[in-house]
Design a protein around this ligand. Sequence first.
Ligand code: GDP
Ligand code: MG
Length: 218
Amino acid sequence: MSQTAMSETYDFLFKFLVIGNAGTGKSCLLHQFIEKKFKDDSNHTIGVEFGSKIINVGGKYVKLQIWDTAGQERFRSVTRSYYRGAAGALLVYDITSRETYNALTNWLTDARMLASQSIVIILCGNKRDLDAEREVTFLEASRFAQENELMFLETSALTGENVEEAFVQCARKILNKIESGELDPERMGSGIQYGDAALRQLRSPRRAQAPSAQECGC
Ligand code: GDP
Ligand code: MG
């Protein structure tokens, strides 16, 4: 039986990555998205490495399979295999740390080189709850995003602000690209798979019968 032959029903599965310097809040963003709460312990070694969640994007069910660097970024050794076949990525910096913002160019170069050519990236300026300690303005980062063809949001893994939105916006852009034909889910390494729901629709585009009342077994 294949791995996707589960009871869950979804139209597409997208592989997502979370990248950016250590300490920017990547693991907390993933945790907030999956669990809807702030991961209130700063244990870096036992990070979340992987999470998945089904979201509804404009009536389509999309399963996001999200990979966290699990600390690899501390050693500047985020591997080629980590990037392989990702459909989308959250590129994270910390609005209170210019150093993490300055590192974005390097992260982008790696992502564009090592991930799928058509990877959709959303830039996330995290820790927006710490506005008093801000070192990077919204305007500056939005210009950078525009120049580099990235979507952009400021997020807070602490309050949850814009966390779900970041994942949903990225997924929506990928869906739009599939619908416009710009992205082919069947291409190797696209980071996209059809789910059970989509396959069922492909096999029987028009259901012959409306579901009828089941016969009572009693
Ligand atoms: P990672 O190394 O990128 O995975 O970062 P972590 O998720 O481990 O977070 C690094 C530190 O930043 C931890 O101490 C978190 O508690 C803190 N942190 C993460 N996100 C936020 C946020 O949105 N706001 C605030 N104030 N702190 C955060
Ligand atoms: Mg982490």
